[in-house]
Design a protein around this ligand. Structure first.
Ligand code: NFS
Length: 653
C-alpha cells in the first residue's frame, strides 16, 4: 500500500491499482517502474532525423571540461540545433493535433450551416454573432444560416491560407500584435506553419536554434490563436457555450447495476450524439431487457470535459485513470476517438470483458473493434455503439469492484460566463476582477493546465501547486486533466473558497458565488484562457499587454506534445509558464537559457522548469508580485495583507 501511495494521491486510483495487481493485469504504473526514460532523449539530445543517426550528443559532464560546441551529430548539427529541432517538432505535432481536431469541427460546422447535416444544428446564435463579427462577417439582417455558412468557410480558410495573418490574431491586445509583427511570428495559415516547421527541422535546413524556436513560436501561435481557438468557438456555437453546471467526478461514477459506457478522447462530435440518443426509449428498453437498470454514459479525458461542461455528464477520471476504469470490471464499452488513448487499453480490456471501440478513421488500435463515426449518420453510429455495450453487459465477470469515490464539482466557466458572473448580464465586464486585483484581494491569475505523467505521483504536483496558489490569493483557471485533479480534490465548488483560499480571494469568491479554481474546459479551451487574459487587459488598469498582467501558467504533470505547443503559445503570448517532470531541452544550456531567460526580453514571457510544486508556486507568485510592482499596485496589496483581522490572526498564532 505504501508503495501504491507513491503512485497516486487519489484513493480511487490506489484501490484500482491494487485490484489490477490482484487480477494480474499490467498497467502504465507497472511499466513506469520497469522501464526508465532514456536520459539522452529526455534532455532533447538525441537526433533521429536522418539515417546516419540516431546521433546522441548528451551534455558533457562538467568535470570533463568539453566545451559544448564540440558535441555534434554526424552532419555537424550541434547540441543546440538538435535540442531546438526536437522541441520544435513537439510544437508542430501538438499544433497539428489541436488543429486537425479543429478542421474536423469546421467541416461539420460548414456542412451543418448548409443544412447538409441534419443531426447537428446551430445552438448558440449569440456566440455565432460574436465570432462572425471577429471574422469581419456582415451580420445586419442576414439569416443565421447565411452567417453560419460564412463563419464555416472563413474558419476553414484559416487552415490553408498561404499569406497574410490568421484572423483571430486581431483578438489579442494591440501591443501584443505589434510585437508579433515586429518579430515576424504572426501565423499565416495553420497548415502552412506546421508544414514549414517540419521542413525547417528536416536534416540540413534551419540550423540556428534561435531561428528554429521563433518559427516554433509562429507555429504554436497558429495553435492557440488558430486551431484551438477555432475548435472552442465552433464547438460552442454547435453545442452551446458552457454555463455553470454541477457534475460528479471519479471512478465512483461507474454503476454496478447499469451498463457503463465510457467515452474517451477529444472531439465532442460523437460524445454529443451519444448524450442525445442514450435516453431514447428503444435504447433504454434494450438496456433494461438485459437486467441492468439502465445505461450510464460517462466521460474520460478531454471528451469528458466537453460533455461535462455542456451537459454535466459524469467524469470517470483523467489520463492515468483510463486503464483503471476498465480494471473496475464494470465498463461494458470504452469508446475512443483521437488523442491520449493508450494502446494498452486493448490489453487491459482483454483482462476483463470490456469492448474497446475505436471510431475515428485516423485512430485505430490493434485488437479493438472499429465502428467508424460518420457525421452524416451520427445517430445511427451512436446507437450501434450503444447496442454493442448493451450486448456486452451479460459478459461481465464476477470480479467487479467500483471504488465509491465521487466528488461534486461546479464547472462551465467559459470566458463569456466569467464575464457575466462578474459584471451581471446587463453590464458584463471583467472590470470587477481587475478592481479586485488592483485592490489586492486577488493577488493574480494562474492558468494550471495539462496532463498526468506516470513519472510523477498522479495528481500530486498539480494539486499541491494549485492549493498553494489559491492559499496565496491567486485565482486559478484550469483545463484538461489538471482540471479533473481539482474536481476530484473538491476544489471546484464554491465552498472550496472558504476551505482552501486565502482571505482576499475567498471574499471575492463568496461575493460572486464562484469556486477559487475555475474549470474552463478541455485542452483546446486553453484558448478561453487567452481570451480571458485579453479581456482583463482590455478592461483596463492592469497594463496594455498580457505580459503586463500579474499572471503565470503551469503544467507540472505534462506529458504530451500538445502540452509543449500550448506552453509555447502561452510564452509567445507573454506568459511566464512553468513545466514540471522533465525539461525537453536540458541537453543544451544555450537553448534552455534562451527559453528561460532571454525570452523575457523577446516575448516578455518565458519558460521555466520546476519539478517541486511548492517551489513552482513560489516562482509563479514571485513573478506575479514583480508584475504587481511594475504596475504600481503592490502597495494596495500590502494594505490588505495587514488589515485588522489579519493582525489578530497573526497575534493569535
Ligand atoms: Ni490535454 Fe486532453 Fe489530458 Fe494531456 Fe491528454 S487528455 S488534450 S493532452 S493527457 S491534458
Amino acid at each position: 500500500m505504501a508503495d501504491l501511495e507513491k503512485k497516486s494521491i487519489d484513493p480511487a486510483t490506489i484501490k484500482m491499482l491494487k485490484k489490477a495487481a490482484d487480477d494480474g493485469c499490467e498497467t502504465i504504473f507497472d511499466r513506469a517502474e520497469a522501464m526508465k526514460p532514456c536520459p539522452i532523449g529526455a534532455e532533447g539530445s538525441c537526433c533521429k532525423n536522418c539515417a546516419m543517426g540516431p546521433c546522441r550528443v548528451p551534455a558533457p559532464k562538467k568535470k570533463e571540461g568539453v566545451p559544448p560546441k564540440e558535441r555534434m551529430g554526424l552532419c555537424g548539427a550541434t547540441a543546440e540545433t538538435i535540442a531546438a529541432r526536437n522541441f520544435a517538432r513537439m510544437v508542430a505535432a501538438g499544433t497539428a493535433s489541436h488543429s486537425d481536431h479543429a478542421r474536423g469541427i469546421a467541416e461539420v460546422f460548414l456542412a451543418t450551416a448548409k443544412g447538409k447535416m441534419p443531426e447537428f444544428s446551430i445552438k448558440d446564435e449569440q456566440k455565432l454573432y460574436q465570432v462572425a463579427m471577429d471574422l469581419d462577417i456582415e451580420i445586419a439582417d442576414r439569416s443565421v444560416q447565411d452567417i453560419a455558412v460564412d463563419v464555416g468557410r472563413k474558419a476553414l480558410e484559416e487552415f490553408g491560407r498561404q499569406e497574410g495573418e490568421l484572423l483571430f490574431i486581431k483578438r489579442a491586445p494591440a501591443k501584443r500584435q505589434e510585437l508579433w509583427r515586429k518579430l515576424g511570428v504572426v501565423p499565416r495559415g495553420i497548415d502552412r506553419e506546421v508544414v514549414e516547421l517540419m521542413h525547417r527541422t528536416h536534416m540540413g535546413v534551419d540550423q540556428d536554434y534561435q531561428s528554429l524556436l521563433l518559427s516554433a513560436a509562429r507555429c504554436a501561435l497558429a495553435d492557440g490563436w488558430g486551431g484551438s481557438m477555432i475548435s472552442t468557438d465552433l464547438q460552442d456555437i454547435l453545442f452551446g457555450n458552457p454555463v455553470p453546471v454541477l457534475g460528479q467526478i471519479n471512478l465512483g461514477v461507474l454503476k454496478k447495476d447499469q451498463i457503463n459506457v465510457v467515452v474517451h478522447g477529444h472531439e465532442p462530435l460523437l460524445p454529443e450524439v451519444l448524450v442525445a440518443v442514450v435516453n431514447e426509449p428503444e435504447i433504454q428498453k434494450a438496456a433494461l431487457a438485459t437486467g441492468a437498470k439502465g445505461i450510464n454514459l460517462v466521460g474520460m479525458c478531454c471528451s469528458a470535459n466537453e460533455i461535462l461542461m455542456r451537459h454535466g455528464v459524469p467524469v470517470a477520471g483523467n489520463f492515468l485513470q483510463q486503464e483503471l476504469a476498465i480494471v473496475t470490471g464494470a465498463v461494458d464499452a470504452m469508446v475512443v476517438d483521437v488523442q491520449c488513448e493508450m494502446q494498452s487499453l486493448a490489453q487491459v480490456a482483454k483482462c476483463y470483458h470490456t469492448k474497446l471501440i475505436t471510431t475515428s478513421p485516423k485512430a485505430k488500435i490493434e485488437g479493438a473493434m472499429h465502428i467508424e463515426f460518420d457525421e452524416h449518420r451520427a445517430g445511427a453510429v451512436a446507437r450501434k455503439i450503444l447496442a454493442e455495450a448493451i450486448g456486452n453487459y451479460k459478459n461481465r465477470k464476477s470480479n467487479v469492484e467500483i471504488p465509491e469515490e465521487t466528488t461534486d464539482q461546479v464547472v462551465g466557466f467559459s470566458y463569456e460566463t466569467i464575464n457575466y458572473l462578474l459584471g451581471g448580464v446587463f453590464r458584463a465586464s471583467y472590470r470587477p476582477l481587475n478592481d479586485n486585483i488592483i485592490n489586492g484581494r486577488i493577488r493574480g491569475i494562474a492558468g494550471v493546465v495539462g496532463c498526468n505523467n506516470a513519472r510523477v505521483t498522479h495528481d500530486d504536483p498539480n494539486l499541491t501547486l494549485i492549493k498553494e496558489l489559491i492559499k496565496n490569493d491567486v485565482i486559478v483557471l484550469v483545463t484538461g486533466c489538471a482540471a479533473m485533479t481539482c474536481g476530484k480534490a473538491g476544489l471546484l465548488t464554491p465552498e472550496a473558497a472558504k476551505l482552501y483560499a486565502g482571505e482576499g480571494l475567498a471574499s471575492v469568491c463568496e461575493a460572486v458565488g464562484i469556486p477559487p479554481v475555475l474549470h474552463m474546459g478541455a485542452c483546446v479551451d486553453n484558448s478561453r484562457i487567452l481570451m480571458a487574459a485579453t479581456a482583463v487587459v482590455k478592461a483596463g488598469g492592469l497594463g496594455d499587454d498580457i505580459s503586463d498582467l500579474p499572471a503565470a501558467g503551469a503544467a507540472l504533470e505534462w506529458m504530451s506534445e500538445k502540452a509543449v505547443a500550448i506552453g509555447h503559445y502561452f510564452v509567445a503570448s507573454g506568459v511566464y509558464t512553468v513545466f514540471g517532470v522533465t525539461w525537453p531541452t536540458s541537453g543544451s544550456e544555450e537553448v534552455t537559457k534562451l527559453l528561460f531567460e532571454e525570452y523575457e526580453n523577446v516575448f516578455k514571457g518565458k519558460w521555466g522548469f520546476e519539478a517541486d510544486p511548492i517551489e513552482a508556486a513560489r516562482k509563479m507568485i514571485e513573478h506575479i508580485d514583480k508584475k504587481r510592482k511594475a504596475l504600481g499596485i503592490d502597495k494596495a496589496r500590502e494594505r490588505v495583507l495587514f488589515d485588522m483581522d489579519k493582525r489578530r490572526e497573526i497575534d493569535a498564532a
